[in-house]
Unconditional design. Sequence first.
Length: 240
Amino acid sequence: MGLGTGLMKSLMFVFNGIVWVLGLVLFVVGIVVLVEGENWNEIIDGKTVPVSVLLIIVGLVIAIVGFLGCFGALKQNSGMLLVYAIVLGVVILVQLVAGILAFIYSDEAKSLVSESLVEYVKEYDGDTSKNSVEIMNVIMEEFDCCGVNNATDFLTLTNSSIWNQNNVPDSCCKVMQSECGWQYKSDDDNIWHEGCLTKFISIIDNVQYSAIAVLVAVLVQVILIVISCTLRKDAEGLIA
C-alpha cells in the first residue's frame, strides 16, 4: 500500500466516522421528537410526526453512508466503496435540490408566515383552548417577541369585541405572570416590543446563507466520492 493510498484511506475513515456519528445523533433526535412531540401535535397540527420520521430516515441514511465509507475504506472492499459512492452521489443531488428549493421559495415562505401571524393576531381573544391562540402564545414565548411587527398590533389588528386592546397577552412579557401584559404602555420595559415576523424572517434568511455551507459540504462529498472510486480501483487491481 503506497503513501497516497494510506492517506486516502485515513481521510475516508476520519470524515466518514464523523458522518456516522452525526447520522446517529440525527436518528436519536428524531426518536426524541417523535416521543416528546405528542404534546405539540395539537398546537402545530400534527407536524411533529412527519418531522421526526424525516429525521429518523435521514439519520439512518447518513449513518449507513458513514459506515460504508469507514469500513469500505478500512477493508478496501470494492463492493462497499461502490455502494458508498452511489449513495453519496444521491445525497449530493438531494442536497442541491433542497438548497435550490429553499432559495427559490424563501420569499413565498416569508409571505406565508406573515399572513399566518396576522390571522393569529386578528383572531386572538386569550382563549388558550383555541389552536390559533395557543400557537401565537408559544411563538411569542419561544422567540421573545410580541405581535406581528411589534406589540402595538394587539391594539390595531385585534377585534375589540373579543380582546381588550389596551392589553397585550401575558406571553409578550419578559417575565411571564398573570395579567403582566394588561394596560400595556409603549415604553414598558417588561414587554417584548420586537415583532415575531422579524424573528421568522431572520431564520429564513439564515437558511439562504447556509447555502454556502451546503456548497462546501457538497465539495467535500465530491472529493470523498473521487477518493472512494480511486480506492475501489486500487482494490480491484490488488484482487486482479
